[in-house]
Write a protein that binds this ligand. Sequence first.
Ligand code: XMP
Length: 326
Amino acid sequence: MENNKRPESMARINTKALADKFIDEQVKLLQKQVGKKKVLLALSGGVDSSVVAALLIKAIGKQLVCVHVNHGLLRKGEPEQVVEVFRNQMKANLVYVDATDRFLNKLAGVADPEQKRKIIGAEFIRVFEEEARKQDGIEFLAQGTIYPDIIESKGVKAHHNVGGLPADLQFELVEPLRFLYKDEVRMVGSALGLPDGMVYRQPFPGPGLGVRCLGAITRDRLEAVRESDAILREEFAKNGLEGKVWQYFTAVPDFKSVGVKDGARTFAYPVIIRAVNTVDAMTATVEEIPYELLKHITQRITTEVKGVNRVLYDLTPKPSGTIEWE
Ligand code: XMP
């Protein structure tokens, strides 16, 4: 059985030189492990899978097959960024699957949060499995497992690993980041030339905007979540809050309220802003966003996002609220 304990002799990777050294060592190890064979990777565009991809591209180039499943619940610009960085810039062998309709059809009318998670997780595996079957000669499956995933078996990531492929698709695992902490993964990602926006991005749940479009997902509210989230992120970046606040996003509930626009009555959705700080996601405090900025974001969301007439700011710490709304 593989040793799951980080070697005591392993130095903390906290400089570019140490990251470069780790990369050199891993490239050699990966080349030795994989030889001339092919490796499959589910590339979400999150920090861990992106760093694994970049490392493997450096080690084995086009022997790596990356599969990016767009489940239609990603943030604005994310699928495009994955294609731009990995296919266009890094010249990776990338299969891009737009499975939006498939996921949204499966999710239609489903309001229970855990049921939504199950459907998204199961459908993800199904799409990934179908893509895996189209590939010839895959012998390895790469995963962005990192050290906290191993030591905290109940870690937040446990929800969305890509386990669960059928028995005939049980490939040998390639997990080059398994002894790294998150800050080390980021350091290695930067040293590999990944953009800051990818390496330093905030945590994003596997079910994505699916658990922020509250209740049964509808396309109009999903668009409202995506557009309001993009405005929030843009304003946080402009105002120096990106990288300072641990996690920030918007959610759209499944009820409407009365409002007024251009002298006429509206009946539209509210957008909820959430911005929290935490160390381990078990408890969290609310970020004190400057009031002027909150007002500006509210103004932008209510004028730019279709079907929205109010903005609310969630002041609830965890506990009693969770970070996500579902
Ligand atoms: P809660 O809402 O439980 O969230 O306070 C704690 C952290 O976990 C993330 N989260 C998830 N991540 N799949 C994930 O990969 C999920 O189903 C999921 N649910 C919550 C959440 O974004 C926060 O960072």
